[in-house]
Design a protein around this ligand. Structure first.
Ligand SMILES: Cc1cc2nc3c(=O)[nH]c(=O)nc-3n(C[C@H](O)[C@H](O)[C@H](O)COP(=O)(O)O)c2cc1C
Length: 412
């Protein structure tokens, strides 16, 4: 995870059973090149020792707001500003309440109040504590304040016989959430001078002049990606199927209806440095689409639709000769089962570089919703990103792509 290299993480450890997982988190962060400075609350020290935390982080562990030496050497204000990201794990019910209430009576809460940096919290608590009305209120307040969350997950609690939502996210998930947060912090202009092509929305495949086949894609994720790329200075063309969204500012929008039109518009928009195919292109079209409205009549036979396969836009662009192929081709895989397995196969069969995979079964609410949980499948493996707003997924994806282009094509 290139996003973690040389990043400074301030890890605030709260007083919950899950504190032991922080030891693994610290180790993984350092393996990826991040430096980790830890603040432990008084309660946290009941669960893991500052000695273990200090040994793994290779940094002095800070515990006391009123420690004269620490305050002279680092100071709680500098501590809160020196980091690239502040992570609270485990975020106990008590710590969330203090954060929501603006408390600052100990080092952990004072640092959280004094910071101007992004904060990611990994809650961990008994399911009844998590579902308690007070915690619900505190979480809503913190989310409204812009605090980012990873987890909690559903599952068995450390206490025997207790299960439900409240388990802290696993270290690997927290690591991915940290990487996604840091990827979103790229410098303005990271895509200046780059041409970016994005497809979005569904396609409409006519049955007759008034009827068509469609899918549930809203286009929100693709539009957010186009906006995020434009915000980083790219020259963006968005080829969009029919959606009810406003054009993202600073983006050239080409409107199409069918898959065949989308392929033509996509090809016409080349060359591009980066191509992201977020559209849900219909796999089939009606071969015998009627020129006139098909009439319904008591005596008329039921119409029969002959389906033929549509062109595969992602595969076509990914297989262009190197002189025409975008340097980085990213496809989306919306699946309702075996998401990662299908995405891995799709990456190979389409010849694209990355696949952004997500589970769009109706219970996820992703299709048409504002949030998304994605997995980034590359030649190197799979990154599981936490659930985020589609805007945040877009920012993180585009930032990751910008970093990849800078590293592989030599252009800054
Ligand atoms: C054995 C034990 C386990 C606990 N686990 C949790 C926990 O997982 N989550 C939580 O919110 N509180 C938990 N608590 C309660 C917290 O330790 C307590 O509310 C503490 O004041 C939180 O301190 P903090 O604000 O420094 O995190 C636990 C307490 C005990 C005795």
């Amino acid at each position: 995870m290139a996003q973690l290299n040389k990043q400074r993480i301030l890890l605030i450890i709260g007083g919950g059973i899950a504190a032991y997982k922080c030891l693994e988190l610290i180790r993984r962060l350092r393996d990826h090149g991040a430096s980790v400075r830890c603040v432990m609350t008084r309660a946290a020290q009941q669960f893991v020792t500052p000695l273990s935390v200090g040994a793994l982080s290779n940094e002095r562990v800070l515990t006391d707001l009123f420690d004269l030496d620490d305050e002279r050497e680092i100071g709680h204000i500098r501590l809160s500003r020196d980091a690239d990201l502040i992570v609270v794990a485990p975020a106990t019910a008590d710590l969330l309440a203090k954060m929501a209430g603006g408390h600052a009576a100990d080092l952990a809460t004072a640092v959280l109040m004094a910071t101007d940096k992004a904060i990611l919290v990994a809650p961990a608590m008994n399911p009844l504590m998590w579902s308690h009305a007070a915690t619900r209120r505190n979480v809503a307040l913190l989310q409204a304040d812009g605090i980012h969350f990873v987890g909690p997950n559903a599952g068995e609690m450390a206490e025997r016989g207790e299960a439900g939502v409240g388990r802290m996210a696993e270290p690997a998930e927290i690591l991915a959430a940290i990487a996604a947060q840091l990827a979103g912090r790229v410098i303005a202009g990271a895509l200046a001078g780059r041409r970016v092509l994005v497809t979005a929305g569904p396609t409409h495949e006519p049955i007759d002049p008034v009827r068509y086949i469609v899918n549930r894609s809203s286009g929100k994720q693709g539009y957010a990606i186009a906006a995020a790329a434009a915000a980083l200075g790219a020259d963006v063309t968005l080829v969009s199927g029919p959606v009810g969204l406003a054009d993202p500012s600073g983006v050239r929008v080409v409107r199409v209806e069918t898959a065949a039109q989308m392929l033509a518009a996509t090809t016409a928009a080349l060359p591009a440095d980066l191509a992201i195919f977020a559209a849900a292109v219909a796999d089939w079209r009606v071969a015998n689409a009627a020129d006139e409205k098909i009439k319904k009549g008591a005596k008329a036979p039921l119409p029969k639709l002959d389906l033929v396969e549509n062109p595969d836009i992602l595969k076509t662009i990914a297989h262009l000769p190197p002189s025409q192929r975008p340097s980085l081709v990213i496809g989306f895989a919306a699946e309702t089962e075996n998401v990662i397995e299908h995405a891995r196969k799709k990456r190979k069969s389409k010849g694209c570089d990355w696949i952004v995979a997500n589970d769009v079964s109706p219970e996820t609410g992703i299709m048409g919703g504002n949030r998304n949980t994605v997995h980034i499948v590359t030649a190197d493996g799979v990154e599981d990103w936490p659930e985020m707003d589609k805007d945040k997924v877009a920012e993180a994806l585009v930032a990751r792509a910008a970093a990849h282009l800078a590293a592989t094509t030599g252009k800054a």
